[in-house]
Write a protein that binds this ligand. Structure first.
Ligand code: DAH
Length: 356
């Protein structure tokens, strides 16, 4: 090979070795093989040579071009791999640590309360069931023994969805999680023990009502289930949730279309001090009852064979009482100071043996 070609080869190889990043590498590539690159210029010059001279030099030049093209490519791959490795090291994230320089996030009190409810009922053998937020009018009302003109439908201030052409069912934003009872009984064979936490919706907005809020439903279906089971289960839940082993609990006769008999459940508190479990006043915390025979029948269960109880509670309401939160609206305002104050450690799950 003639000297000038050997010099060019050595030049390019040492420039490549010295190229520390992709930008420097690209400058070598363009300066060698680009439109006005050094090798390209030599190749172009071939055209002006006499045929036999061109033949000899052409062969050497083509070999050089192949060698340098390969050397450039392989150096490019090396640099690319090194750049990727450097990025991976620089951007490595330890997801078990809070982000540097920022405050650690907190679990919203609603999420925390649902975790606690799940832990408490879980210890009593309940599992969690879910249903859709957009519910059929049938699951939300009719199957729950609430006929078309029943006053409970208007009590709930329901958000109705516009009809869908070709779809023969009326749809609502569910006003209660009770519809999940129906879905569960239709899809599972008893014995059943589930809770159904989730979002619910009513056209209502003030210090104690929000158009979107959360409920947690409970459903137990089996043979020989009595009011005694209902009472034992709810007393146990309330005492653990409020962390008061002797919390007074009162069952008061009430009315719900889907239970018979129906009961409102109250806990003892003091109106004067706001203290739960203390004093001579009562505070309503949830609704409950023995599942109405018609609801069982609507789900294909023979009420002579199967009995059960159900209950439903407002998650915000119980959380407000437990944590002394005065205004329901604050749950949804995303005020960082409020979230820091009432939020809980996301890395510390609700565990019964540690006390929820
Ligand atoms: N769904 C009722 C409400 O929103 C609460 C309720 C009461 C649920 C009694 C129940 C029940 O399952 O048995 O007010």
């Amino acid at each position: 090979m003639s000297d000038d070609l050997e010099i060019l080869r050595q030049d390019v190889l040492s420039e490549l070795a010295g190229a520390a990043d992709m930008r420097a590498w690209d400058a070598v590539r363009v300066g060698t093989l680009g439109k006005s690159g050094r090798l390209t210029a030599l190749l172009k010059a071939l055209g002006k040579m006499a045929p036999d001279e061109r033949k000899a030099r052409g062969g050497a030049l083509n070999r050089l071009r192949d060698d340098l093209t390969r050397a450039i490519e392989s150096r490019g791959q090396e640099l690319e791999a090194a750049a990727l490795e450097a990025r991976l090291v620089a951007e490595r994230v330890d997801i078990s640590l809070p982000p540097p320089g920022t405050a650690q996030g907190a679990l919203h009190p609603i999420s925390r309360a649902v975790e606690e409810m799940t832990a408490i009922f879980g210890s009593m053998g309940f599992s969690v069931a879910e249903g859709p937020d957009i519910e059929t009018d049938w699951h939300n009302f009719s199957a729950l023994n609430t006929p078309d003109h029943h006053p409970a439908r208007t009590d709930h201030d329901t958000f109705y969805l516009p009809p869908v052409p070709g779809l023969d069912v009326a749809r609502v934003l569910r006003t209660q999680t009770s519809g999940v009872q129906i879905r569960t009984m239709l899809s599972q064979k008893p014995p059943i023990r589930v809770i159904c936490p989730g979002r619910t919706y009513r056209a209502d907005h003030d210090a104690t009502h929000s158009p979107m809020f959360h409920q947690c439903e409970g459903l137990v279906v089996g043979q020989g289930i009595t009011l005694g089971h209902l009472k034992g289960c709810l007393i146990e839940f309330l005492r653990v949730f409020f962390d008061k082993p002797d919390l007074p609990v009162r069952f008061r006769s009430s009315y719900f279309p889907f239970t018979e008999p129906s009961m409102e459940v109250d806990i003892g508190w003091s109106r004067r001090t706001g203290e739960i479990g203390d004093g001579e006043d009562w505070l309503e915390v949830l609704g409950s009852g023995m599942i109405h025979a018609r609801v069982l029948a609507n789900c294909g269960l023979d009420p002579r064979e199967w009995q059960g109880f159900a209950f439903g509670m407002g998650v915000e309401r119980l959380t407000m009482l437990k944590n002394g939160i005065p205004d329901l609206r604050s749950f949804y305002e995303s005020d960082i100071r409020w979230l820091r104050h009432y939020g809980s450690d996301p890395l510390a799950p609700a565990l019964l043996h540690e006390g929820v």
